[in-house]
Design a protein around this ligand. Sequence first.
Ligand code: F6R
Length: 241
Amino acid sequence: MKIYKEKDYEALSQKAASIIASQVILKPECVLGLATGSSPVGTYRQLVEWYKKGILDFSQVTSVNLDEYKGLPKENDQSYYYFMHDHLFDHVNIKASYLPDGTKEDSDSECTRYEEQIRSLGGVDLQLLGLGHNGHIGFNEPADIFPDITHCVDLQESTIQANKRFFDSIDDVPRQAYTMGIGTIMRAKKILLVVNGEGKADTVRNAFFGPVTPQVPASILQFHPDVTLVADEAALSKCPL
Ligand code: F6R
């Protein structure tokens, strides 16, 4: 694994954006796997800025997102569809972008359709990830197994608590989500993980310097051949580096 230790959030966002930019420049028709949450916001801001300056062109790029809340329509400002449009898609010339459809009631058919969508695009060239406090990637929560393909999950209490800050009340936080599986993520050719803040220092150490276990879903990334971790000093402060 390649680890970039950056001074702060601004610096790690710049680094992560430059890695994504390199992917887009080297393979303009690439498939980017994208994430929501607070970690990649600065990365998207930088990509938008480079696009506006004419440095980057997304006209041949397709994207697939990691996950979506089940039950939230696109126009809900907490849906991941809304987030992605707000932070990136509405500001760049991306060719096509896909997310699981949270309004689809039939979980099995929606998850099968989404997995097939990713496959039909030829898989993901570069998958951007954030890291949950409990070690989740996408919405693959700590469990007894590593789920393979896109599936419907019951969100853990800790995840509901972590995400309630975005909703009016905790009762509004959806209890389920559609997420790429660990297998879907692991089949990406390259993985780029962005992590910041002291609050995640224990999780980073457990995920990358501890045993590989489905109780820490991100730990599986130790087995991926091309992972880049871009983190700030605080997030890496408990790692034996
Ligand atoms: C987002 C996602 C989640 C987040 C993780 C970290 O699409 O799948 O795994 O990446 O929960 O969230 P933040 O960045 O808000 O700390």
